[in-house]
Structures are given as C-alpha cells and as structure tokens.
Design a protein around this ligand. Sequence first.
Ligand code: ZN
Ligand code: ZN
Length: 241
Amino acid sequence: MRRCCAVWKAYDTTDSHPIGCFGMKLVGCVAGPFQTNCWMVINSETASVTVIDPGYGAAKIVDDYCQEQQLTVGEILLTHGHIDHMRDAGVLATTHGCTVSIHPDDAFMLTDPSGGVSSQAMALHDVGSMVKVPADSLQQLTHEQQITIGEEQFTVRHAPGHSPGSVLLVGEEICFSGDVLFKGSIGRTDLPGSDWSAMEQTLANQVLTLPDNLMILPGHGPTTKMQAERLGNPYLRKYQS
Ligand SMILES: [Zn+2]
Ligand SMILES: [Zn+2]
C-alpha cells in the first residue's frame, strides 16, 4: 500500500493539521472547536473516500482534498452522534449524495443535537446554520456488522457509555475508537445520554478484548496502541483480572 505522508502537508494550516500516517491510505485532520479528529480512508480502486466523523469545518477540508486528489466522497461513518463529530455530515451528504451511517441509538442526535451535548457546545458549533443529514441518506451501524472501509474489512462493536450509540470500528490494524477510548483516558460520562455503568461494561467487554497490536485512532488527541492503553491507561487497569 502507498503511504500517504505527502498529502499531510496540505493540511498543515492553523485550522487543521495532520495527526498521523499509516500503512493504509488514511488521511486525518483536526476540525472544530473541540479539535475533533476527522479521518478519510481512501479506496483507490473506486477513487472514493470514506469520511469518519466530519466535525465543524471538516467538509471544506474533505472537499478540498478530494478535488485535489480527484476522489469522490463515497460514504460517511459516525462513531457516535455528538455535534463535534457529525456537524458537517449533513452538508457533505447533501453535496455528494452519499449515505451517513450511525448506530440507531445515537441517530436521534442528528435531528436533535441537544440530546447529547450542552447548549454551549451547540452554540460553539453554530447549530443554527447546520445542514441536517437528509433522512433518506441514513443507514445503520449495528453490533458485529461487517463493513468495508477503504479496502479493509472492519467489524462494528457497539460500545455505549459515553453516548448510547457509540461504536468502535475495528479492523485488522487499526480501530476508530471515537470518544470511547483515548490515549491515557476514556470518554466522559457526564453528558446527556451518558451512562457510567454501560461504559464499565463497554470497557470490560468491548475495549479490553481488542488485540494488543491494534493502532487506536481516537476522536480527539493523539493515536496510541492498544497494548500501551492496556498497560498504562488508568481507566482500563481496574477491569483487568
Ligand atoms: Zn462525544
Ligand atoms: Zn468528541
């Protein structure tokens, strides 16, 4: 597989910057007031990209990148329904006529973002001017569903706690962990719809069962390895036997 270092430099601006480079055709940028990681996974056979978690401002970055690289936006996947991860999903879906997939337990946030975040977060993401995801573009991500992202196979793991419909997208080499697992931390559980006991179940049954060699690509902050989190993440230690 071609490495993608060359394209990172295009995003080294004040508004967005590269956060990693991997063997697969994967481009990441940071968008919006909460510095949310947006990922583009490229399928070179179809010249299309899967966009994961397009936050506020990500649509322009994705559009510019796709124009430059002569790619189309094939689909959008959301790790969960919080505004900082889905703010630009509607405008991308409308512009490109592509589907938006989310776990059904978080789908309500696409029409009512206040169901998952504070009013301050809504204001920071300028919800008033947000293009909503068209109802007919919605698709579901469900537990243990097999999906193709780029040219790789992934399994969906339902991972509630931070939000009711959070998912992990687990591939052979990488895992898009949304706001479930971060480097050295986990997602907060004090938001509307959060559930600490569900998070405990998720950590024990869905996170700690991930293989050590997985690269973790979280919804915020730097990437990490599952092994490093198993050993050093204080939130994971207590669940290990
Ligand atoms: Zn979140
Ligand atoms: Zn987030």
